[in-house]
Every structure is written in structure tokens, then in C-alpha cells.
Design a protein around this ligand. Structure first.
Ligand code: C2E
Ligand code: MG
Ligand code: MG
Ligand code: MG
Length: 283
């Protein structure tokens, strides 16, 4: 009996796998055409100075509006795009679009762009960034590239070379999602980061959970010791922000200060041109 049950479970599992694999292939196929079909859009989420509350920059976040499925989460499609190398084309579009948009802002705030491991390890990436900066006229000091530690570990030497070359263009590098994935403190010493972004999972309920608070305090101490500013992601409540202010965290980002929105610079868009897509609040 146990045997047949086991087989049944296996068959069920196999069938489910089949669906998932097929699903992935379909998405992978659609992803290849998504940029050309104009289905990709960027939304921008403000990053603020914790002390003053002033907006200091925006992070560009990718949105894919699939013709039949509607909005597909980047957490779902970015890994698929990375496996299929479609990420190179999509990532290039993101970089061009974000820099083009930021270059139009009257206020020279910073623009943070997420870059995947595949891009970092592409031999054309540094040249592409250089070309995009020249073409858009964006001051290199306004561009911040966000990479996760996981993006660096497959070939750390090559990654280090790329990050150094990027920095020599004048831009900054932020370590994204610090504290998750393959985090290692040695990464902070080995790679030329300019900023640490604490993952939102550590920020949630930092005001009420002693363990979380201890972890965030220690990351802030680490940043101070290394001379690196720290940005806390995923700030949703006044209590969380209050904790970060008391602990002298430099910068914050989260729904409390602003949802990702198609409008790059909120103040600039008081005129009637409607955003192409609704912001995350209305989705
Ligand atoms: P990330 O770079 O860590 O981006 C932060 C994520 O947290 C975003 O999710 C953002 O919408 C979400 N977020 C911001 N504030 C809050 C908050 O207060 N509460 C909660 N619960 N979430 C908040 P999103 O836009 O779904 O993106 C997910 C991930 O997909 C990103 O994580 C990034 O790793 C990846 N991604 C997004 N856009 C791009 C891109 O253009 N290129 C690449 N390579 N990856 C991207
Ligand atoms: Mg990011
Ligand atoms: Mg992050
Ligand atoms: Mg993330």
C-alpha cells in the first residue's frame, strides 16, 4: 500500500513538474519578445534620507505587463530571464531607460539600477554602461548599480574586475539584499561597495523583535566601521522608521515613504500627463 501511494505521489509530483517546466518555457519564450513588444516598464521608488526625510534618489524596478497574464512579478520572471540569457537584452533596456529617464530630471537625484549576475559576468557590460552614460548624458556620479552577493560568487575574480572597471567610470555600487542568500562578511572586504542595502526581511518588525533589532544594529555598526552608508529596504511603518532614525541609519526605502511608481520625480509630474501604468498601490 505504501508503495502504490508513493508511486501516486511521485506521479502527481512529476505531473506538477511538467506543468511548471511548461509554464517556464512559455514565459521564457514570451520574455524574449517582451521588450520589443513594449510590455516592459520601469517604476521608480524613492529613497530617503532618514534624518531629514528628503528624497535622495530612486530605485528603478522592472514591471512586465504580459498581454494575457497581466503583471508578472519580477521575483518570478527575472530568474527565468537569467537562466535563458534574455536578461542581457532586458537588462540593457532597463539600463538605457533608467538613465534616459533620470537624465531628464531637473533635480540631479541618484538612480539605482538592479543588475543581475549574468550582466556582471558579460564581457560587454562595462562598455555598455559607458556607452549609455555618454549617450544619455547622465552624470556617472548619479548612477548606482545594485548587485547581490550571490551575483558575485560564481566567479569572484572576474566580478571584482568588473566592479572596479564600473567604479572607474565614476558610478557607485550598492550591495543589495544584504543578510540574505550567500552573504559573507568577507564580501564587504573583497568587493568595492559604496553602500549596504539591508534586506527588507530584517527591517520588518525591527521595532518589536529583539533579535531582528540586534541584527540591524550590528549591520549599522558594520557600515559605520567600514565607512559605508546603509540603506534599509522595505520600511512600512513609522515605528520601523523611528527605530532606524534612533540607530542612525542613513537612508530608507519602503512603502511608508513611497510605492514604486511610474513617476520618476513626484514633484515634477503635477501636470496632466498621466502615468502609463498605475503605481503598485492600485495593482
Ligand atoms: P530588490 O532590488 O531588493 O527590490 C526591492 C523590492 O522590494 C521591490 O520588489 C519593491 O517593490 C519591494 N518593496 C519596496 N518597498 C517595500 C515595502 O515597504 N514592503 C514590501 N513588502 N516590499 C517592498 P519588486 O519590484 O517586486 O522586485 C523584486 C526583485 O526583482 C528586486 O528586489 C530585484 O532583485 C528584482 N528586480 C526588479 N527589477 C529588476 C531589474 O530591472 N533588473 C534585475 N536584474 N532585477 C530586478
Ligand atoms: Mg534592488
Ligand atoms: Mg533588495
Ligand atoms: Mg531583492
Amino acid at each position: 500500500r505504501a508503495k502504490s501511494e508513493g508511486r501516486g505521489t511521485y506521479r502527481f509530483f512529476e505531473a506538477r513538474m511538467g506543468v511548471e517546466v511548461r509554464e517556464r518555457r512559455l514565459l521564457e519564450h514570451d520574455l524574449r519578445h517582451a521588450v520589443a513588444r513594449g510590455e516592459m516598464q520601469l517604476v521608480y521608488q524613492p529613497q530617503t534620507d532618514v534624518g531629514s526625510g528628503a528624497v535622495i534618489g530612486f530605485e528603478a524596478l522592472l514591471r512586465w505587463k504580459h498581454p494575457e497574464r497581466g503583471y508578472v512579478s519580477p521575483a518570478l520572471f527575472i530568474p527565468i530571464a537569467e537562466e535563458s540569457d534574455a536578461i542581457l537584452q532586458i537588462g540593457e533596456w532597463v539600463l538605457r531607460e533608467a538613465c534616459r529617464e533620470a537624465a531628464t530630471w531637473s533635480n540631479p537625484l541618484s538612480i539605482a539600477v538592479n543588475v543581475s549576475a549574468v550582466q556582471i559576468h558579460s564581457p560587454h557590460f562595462v562598455g555598455l554602461v559607458h556607452e549609455v552614460l555618454l549617450k544619455t548624458g547622465l552624470a556617472p556620479g548619479r548612477l548606482e548599480v545594485e548587485v547581490t552577493e550571490t551575483a558575485l560568487i560564481s566567479d569572484p575574480n572576474r566580478a571584482l574586475l568588473t566592479l572596479r572597471q564600473l567604479k572607474s567610470l565614476g558610478l557607485r555600487i550598492a550591495m543589495d539584499d544584504f543578510g540574505t542568500g550567500y552573504s559573507s562578511l568577507s564580501n564587504l572586504r573583497s568587493f568595492p561597495f559604496d553602500k549596504i542595502k539591508i534586506d527588507g526581511s530584517f527591517v520588518r518588525s525591527v521595532d518589536s523583535n529583539e533579535q531582528t533589532a540586534a541584527i540591524v544594529r550590528s549591520v549599522l555598526g558594520l557600515g559605520r566601521g567600514l565607512g559605508l552608508p546603509v540603506l534599509a529596504e522595505g520600511v512600512e511603518t513609522e515605528a520601523e522608521l523611528g527605530f532606524l532614525a534612533a540607530e542612525q541609519c542613513h537612508a530608507a526605502q519602503g512603502y511608508l515613504m513611497g510605492r514604486p511608481s511610474p513617476i520618476g520625480q513626484f514633484a515634477q509630474h503635477t501636470h496632466g500627463t498621466d502615468p502609463v501604468i498605475a503605481d503598485d498601490r492600485k495593482r
